[in-house]
Each structure stands twice: as structure tokens, then as C-alpha cells.
Design a protein around this ligand. Structure first.
Ligand code: G1P
Ligand code: ZN
Length: 543
């Protein structure tokens, strides 16, 4: 079979962002675009000669075709073996687990996460290392550097592999093993949460709705929730993965998971609702009439994780991304465990997890995870919640009320301004950055500024330093506003403003979040002059 060395030239704009390379699907399908990037990954990690890779994606448009190209390139680059999810499917956490379980040298995950899919929507590709986690900044830098000098890529001229056919295939000297995407992951879940206990919960009439949002967790949720845990058929909705996610936006938040929200706030609401995103690493938790913010979910799981068999010995520590609310800090303090603050993006948790410094970690953007894999894990979070609900016998709203009365409530919201002209967004951030030093001690919209800085992170494990990780302004009485530019957008700039306000007074724990956050929001808009600088008078998405 001929191996081809195809001459190419560097393609601009192949810099990986917060989570791999994300572009419009049409960009990924341009001549050489995918091939250049894949070869840069292979070269950037020092070659794949004799190595084993895990490959799978979230099933979005171009998933299969891209996998066929990657397999032919892996073959031509002398990989020993590729382990591929059947039908090209692997949720991101399942891929992370498979890399670890099979002691593979790494993996390629095809996904643009919660971004829509389709020929005119988004596509993405991410390299995860041998620990199962997203490549570190050092590795992504090497990959990016390689994209700038690439002169050829290697590809085998071969027929497509049948990705539906379980078992072993051969492509020249390379083995391709097609595996069931669900079974190893389901086995892992049984070692962490108490399946019999959750089965008994469902047997007792507990009701749930899991919205898979036409994305990759459908097969996982059908198998685990309905087949293994005995939840009634119909518990999982939108459970068939589709290449354009049913024309939806597979982002589990109150805006995009509106069907689920309406159900949970309606007259016949089930006891528990949950959703996950395109590639299955994010989760949304909602009780009957009770939406749980991701920051609060992390705090709740931290407080009760010991009720699940996997965490019966307690937690080593916890970590959250900087913009995530400080609710988990308060729980960690009461448990006497460390709480780390990292930059946005899962890659920063890897070292802490590998070094045994933390057991749980999470982000405000609906990501929660633990040391069982090196990615956030949507279904795992849902199962841990179910385990806690089963053990405590309390409802979601009772659990939240207890959490807030014990630790205070961190009201939280994120405002997203999407597709802002890049120059204007950068100018706004530059303007605010320049002001930071002078803000401390002043009053903005009636709030006293206690601290203001640009977040930088010194990794306590490898000593690496990441700068420019978001502007933060801390107000008196537990208020905070954080400003960042998104690193996952595919068009223009997305400005994110993260608002937080702590409340400890018992009679104020059930305020409307908009009311509780009104002052911090006013201060954030005033100090940044966002409206004047960007011409936007309202955010596109509020979560
Ligand atoms: C967003 C989220 C971040 C998450 C990332 C990948 O990144 O904010 O928490 O890790 O997606 O899922 P951003 O677009 O803000 O850079
Ligand atoms: Zn995702």
C-alpha cells in the first residue's frame, strides 16, 4: 500500500485554544487543514512510531471522515495501534479513561464540545497525553510551533475502515481495534458510585429526566441509567447522537437546555433533572424547581462525596478554575482540605490530580470531575449526585438549602458577549487592565474595591507559570467580578463577565439571583465601560 509524503505549507491560525483547536467545520475541511494539524500533533509530541493512540469523537458532522484521515496518517507515521470507539464515538471522559486503562501513549478527541455541529457549524480536535488529560501548555506550544514550519505530512493511500465492526482490523503494519464506547466507562462508574443504592432509589419510584441533547452521552445514559440502574425507559431524552445535535446547541445550561428546564419547573416535574454536552464532559443539574449552578454543584459534591464508595476515605483536596465561585473554598475550609485556584481550562487540573493533591475539581462552565479520569465528566457528576440523593434521602432543594445555611450562598452568574469585534474587545480588556492598580480602595457603584489584579498561576507541581488568565476585581462583603476573553470561540471575540456575591444572612438565602447580583453587575459594567467600548448594551447569553 503506498505511503504518501504530501508536500504542504504552514497554515495560519492553527493555535490551540482553551481546549484544542476549534474552527468552523468548513475551515477544517479545507485542503490540508486537518492533515497539517494532525501531522503537527504527531511531530509536536515527538513522533508516534510504535505508539498506541485512542481515537474517538462526539459524532458531529465530519467526525467519521476525519477519523478515516487520522487513521491513514497514523499508519503512515508508523503507529503500532489505534483504539477507536465504535462508530467513531467516544465521549471525552470515556476517551480519557480508555487512554489510562489501555496505557496508551495518548489520544485524539474530535469535538467542539458544546458548540453546534454541522457543515456550517463547528469542529474541533484535541490531543490528550498518556495521563488521559488535555496536553499541557508546553506540549500545545510545541504543536503550534510545528504548524508554523510544516512542509509535509504522511498519509497512507487506503480504503476506509468499517468503524461499526467491533474487533481488530489491520491497516498495513498498524492494528486498529474498534471497541464498544460504553462498556469500559460503565465498569469504571461501578467502582466509584453505589449502583445497588441508586437502583433501589429508582425502584422506589424516584423519577429523573436526563437530556442527552442529541449528543454523545445518549448511548452512555441509556445503558447506565436505564439498563443498569433500572430508571424507566424514557428517562433519557434526545438520546440518539446526531451529526448536528438535532440542530440544537448541545450546551447544558438553562438557556440551551430549555426543554429540560421547562419540565423541571413545570407541574409534573421529575425529582431530578440533568443534561450533558456534545462530547459528554459537561453537566447541568436541576432539581424540581431548583436549578443548581455549576459552582454550587462542585461545592455540594465536595461536601458529600464521602457518601460514595469511591470517595469513602475523604478527599485529598479540591480545585476550581479562577472564575468559578468561591463556594467550594468555603466547604473545603470546613473539611480542612486544600483548595487550589487554577486558570480556566481542564489542562491545569492534570498536574494536581496526577500529584495526588486534589480529588475533585470543577469549573463554572458546567464542568465537574475527579481523579478517576483526567477530563471533566458529565455523567459521572450525575451519578455522584444520584448516589448522594439516595444516601441522604433529601431532595435537590433540601440539599442546597442545607449547603447555603452551613456555608453561605455564593450567588453567581456569567454574562457572555459573543462575536464582538476583536479590536474592541481587546481594547476594553486593555483599558481595564491599565486601571486595575488604581482601583483598590476606591468605590464603584457603591461597592468598595478590596483587590484588583490580572490572574497568573504558578503550577505547584511543575513550577510552570501561566500569565494573563483573567482580570479580577474583589469587592467588600464577598462580591467579585472577573473579566476574560474566551479561548474557545470560533468567530470574533467573546467577552465573559463572571459575577459573584456571597450572602450569609439566613433571610437572604432565597433572593432572586438577579437581585443579589445587581450591584456587582452594575459595578462591573461601570468599571469596564463595556457598553461604550463594545457598543453592546446587553449580553447574548446569561447563565
Ligand atoms: C470554555 C469554558 C472553560 C472550559 C472550556 C472547555 O472556555 O469557559 O471553563 O474549560 O470552555 O470546555 P473559554 O471559552 O471560556 O475559554
Ligand atoms: Zn464538552
Amino acid at each position: 500500500m503506498p505511503m504518501q509524503n504530501v508536500r504542504t505549507t504552514p497554515i495560519e491560525g492553527q493555535k490551540p485554544g482553551t481546549s484544542g483547536l476549534r474552527k468552523k467545520t468548513g475551515v477544517f475541511r479545507r485542503p490540508h487543514f486537518l492533515e497539517n494539524y494532525v501531522q503537527s500533533i504527531f511531530d509536536g509530541i515527538g513522533g508516534i512510531d510504535g505508539k498506541t493512540l485512542v481515537i474517538g469523537g462526539d459524532g458531529r458532522f465530519f467526525n467519521d471522515a476525519a477519523i478515516q484521515i487520522i487513521l491513514r496518517m497514523a499508519c503512515a507515521n508508523s503507529a503500532a495501534k489505534c483504539i477507536v470507539g465504535q462508530g467513531g464515538l467516544l465521549s471525552t471522559p470515556a476517551a480519557s479513561h480508555l487512554i489510562r486503562l489501555r496505557e496508551a501513549d495518548g489520544g485524539l478527541i474530535l469535538s467542539a464540545s458544546h458548540n453546534p455541529g454541522g457543515p456550517d457549524a463547528d469542529f474541533g480536535l484535541k490531543y490528550n497525553g498518556p495521563n488521559g488529560g488535555p496536553a499541557s501548555e508546553a506540549v500545545t506550544d510545541k504543536i503550534f510551533e510545528r504548524t508554523k514550519t510544516l512542509a509535509l505530512y504522511k498519509i497512507a493511500a487506503a480504503e476506509d475502515i468499517d468503524l461499526e465492526q467491533l474487533g481488530t482490523h489491520r491497516l498495513e503494519n498498524m492494528t486498529i481495534e474498534i471497541v464498544d464506547p460504553v462498556s469500559d466507562y460503565a465498569d469504571l462508574m461501578q467502582t466509584i458510585v453505589d449502583f445497588p443504592k441508586i437502583r433501589a432509589l429508582f425502584a422506589g419510584g424516584f423519577t429523573m429526566c436526563f437530556d442527552a441533547m442529541h449528543a454523545v452521552t445518549g448511548p452512555y445514559a441509556h445503558a447506565i441509567l436505564e439498563d443498569m440502574l433500572g430508571a424507566p425507559q424514557g428517562t433519557v431524552i434526545n438520546g440518539q447522537p446526531s451529526s448536528d445535535f438535532g440542530k440544537g446547541h448541545p450546551d447544558p445550561n438553562p438557556i440551551w437546555a430549555k426543554t429540560l428546564m421547562d419540565k423541571m419547573y413545570g407541574p409534573a416535574a421529575p425529582d431530578f433533572g440533568a443534561a450533558s454536552d456534545g462530547d459528554g464532559d459537561r453537566n447541568m443539574i436541576v432539581g424540581r424547581g431548583a436549578y443548581v449552578t455549576p459552582s454550587d454543584s462542585l461545592a455540594l459534591l465536595t461536601a458529600h462525596a464521602h457518601l460514595a464508595p469511591g470517595y469513602a476515605d475523604g478527599l485529598l483536596g479540591v480545585a476550581r478554575s479562577m472564575p468559578t465561585s468561591r463556594a467550594v473554598d468555603r466547604v473545603a475550609e470546613s473539611l480542612g482540605i486544600a483548595c487550589y485556584e487554577t486558570p480556566t481550562g481542564w489542562k491545569f487540573f492534570g498536574n494536581l490530580l496526577d500529584a495526588g493533591k486534589v480529588t475533585l475539581c470543577g469549573e463554572e462552565s458546567a464542568g465537574t470531575g475527579s481523579d478517576h479520569v483526567r477530563e471533566k465528566d458529565g455523567l459521572w457528576a450525575v451519578l455522584l449526585w444520584l448516589n448522594i440523593l439516595a444516601e441522604t434521602g433529601k431532595s435537590v432543594s433540601e440539599l442546597m438549602a442545607d449547603l447555603w445555611s452551613d456555608h453561605g450562598r455564593c450567588y453567581y452568574s456569567r454574562l457572555d458577549y459573543e462575536d464582538v469585534e476583536t479590536d474592541r474587545a481587546t481594547a476594553m480588556m486593555d483599558g481595564l487592565r491599565a486601571k486595575l492598580d488604581g482601583l483598590v480602595g476606591t468605590e464603584i457603584a457603591g461597592l468598595q474595591v478590596e483587590a484588583a489584579d490580572e490572574f497568573a498561576y504558578l503550577d505547584p507541581v511543575d513550577g510552570s507559570r501561566s500569565t494573563g488568565q483573567g482580570l479580577r476585581i474583589v469587592f467588600g462583603h464577598g462580591g467579585r467580578a472577573v473579566f476574560r476573553l474566551s479561548g474557545t470561540g470560533t468567530q470574533g471575540a467573546t467577552i465573559r463577565i463572571y459575577l459573584e456575591q456571597l450572602q450569609t444572612e439566613a433571610e437572604r438565602l432565597n433572593d432572586a439571583p438577579e437581585t443579589a447580583l445587581a450591584s456587582v453587575r452594575e459595578a462591573a459594567l461601570a468599571v469596564s465601560d463595556l457598553v461604550g467600548m463594545t457598543g453592546r448594551d446587553a449580553p447574548d447569553v446569561i447563565t
